[in-house]
Design a protein around this ligand. Sequence first.
Ligand SMILES: C[S@@+](CC[C@H](N)C(=O)[O-])C[C@H]1O[C@@H](n2cnc3c(N)ncnc32)[C@H](O)[C@@H]1O
Length: 308
Amino acid sequence: MLQGKYGELLEKIRFLFNEDKNAAMSSVRRLIANEKIPIDGCFGLANEFHLIQEFDIAEAIISISADKFGFRRPFGSGHNRPLEGHNFAFYQSIQSFQAYNYYARVRSAECGGIDVYYTNDLLGGGQDFGQDYINVISEKIGPVERIFEWCCGPAFIGFSLLGTGLCHSLCLADINPKAIEAVKHTLRRNDLTRNVDVYISDSLKSIPDNEKWDLVVGNPPMAGDQSQEFPGPQRLSIDTAWKAHRNFFGRLSLHLNTNGIAVIQEAKNLSTAETFVPLVENTSLEIFDVTDNRILDDIYYIWLRLKC
Ligand SMILES: C[S@@+](CC[C@H](N)C(=O)[O-])C[C@H]1O[C@@H](n2cnc3c(N)ncnc32)[C@H](O)[C@@H]1O
């Protein structure tokens, strides 16, 4: 947590926002001007709020500092060159990108107009090979009533499926409270709260019994041990001794509707469908198909359904 002048400022800003959100904007604007906070200081402050999951305050500070320092969104990268080859816009400034690794907005046709908020430490591939679900579900299954995204992170997959009309409602869960905060931010920003339920849950442990799904998707951590190194936080990649998978397969049948299907992404260099047979064999589920991901060769899908 910030110390000294910035620490005090952080507490003041927090207090102002808790008192009255609307009035806080102009007070914070004045405070930042009076204290002569430089651009990196502003981004640093926003980052602190971001780390404690006060996303609205973080965004307000970004917006105030962007106005104050004349940045326009999307801020330029390097020497004010726009980011190329990506369909998202990073909030960044020339000096501050490293200090302020802020979330980005995804805008793409696949998301059906839904802006999905995330931070880099939450990114697990759903924005990339995860989007192959749109192909798979539209070609092989078609629209369903309710989808669950297991290990959702920022829920790029679930929101894309909702946004493209491949489901009417969505259930999302992840063990990481920060991912769920990002999801809630996306819901507020896109006015989606009616059709989406969100849970912090270790696999399916905290999902209420009355949750029932027609389709389950997800790109969980895909390594069953720590023998390889992966970039980013371990929870993105490692599921030690397949603990989360075991719980998922063990409880899934409680939540699947009669003709429900689960289509789960895994990594070819870390498992095969055989790996999961022992985890499934004492359940009411069966693996009935294995298919390839068309965006990334290294990824495959296992298809599960209730045994007849
Ligand atoms: C590969 S990432 C995928 C995240 C997201 N779907 C994406 O593509 O950006 C794996 C996700 O699983 C979550 N996770 C790890 N262990 C979990 C567990 N036991 N229960 C629920 N979620 C878990 C992590 O927090 C992370 O968000």
